[in-house]
Design a protein around this ligand. Sequence first.
Ligand SMILES: [Zn+2]
Length: 214
Amino acid sequence: VGVDCCGWVTRCFYQIGSATVRGSRATIRPTNPDTSIYLISALLTMPSLPIVLYPDPILRRMSDPVESFSRELKDLVDAMFETMYTEKGIGLAAPQIGRSQRLIVVDTSNAAPAPIALVNPEIVAYSGTTEYEEGCLSVPGYRAKVTRHASVSIRAQSVTGEAFQIHADGLQAICLQHEIDHLNGVLFFDHLSPLKKNMFGRWWKKHGKESSNS
Ligand SMILES: [Zn+2]
């Protein structure tokens, strides 16, 4: 079994498409010496935060745009990366740690850390469709095949407020769409057919409630 992300089975990592980033320092590549400094500082100083579980109402709220690019935002991003890696996820959205802010982190690389933080992300172009079995750290134990855009272009800001655009396909595109959905109060099972939503409802009655009582 592969890494569990904002819950995914990630055995298909070899299918990950490449992602290019223009004009931003928000995407930190493993070859960038800043990366290791960033990660080490995150690992040493930031505690892992508890994950908010469905059906907590914050997961259904429209998150607020980030307006202040402060030290606090940087600390929050560090804590989100730490939480995501601790939970063996490949993506995390701020509402999942109880913050209703338009902020996501993703790292879909299986080879080396390739963390990306996106503040106020917005899908500006997309093409194709793809299907992938998704899960979510906020809905532990449930997985379902979801159809999404195969590739996306996303406009966002870095933690220091610089605007950039990222083009993604493969697992990274799927993960980015899943996390941006969280900022709009959308969960992955919302994309299912009515029949499969019913199946989720039955699963939830049987397995979900106990896990969300904490
Ligand atoms: Zn999720």
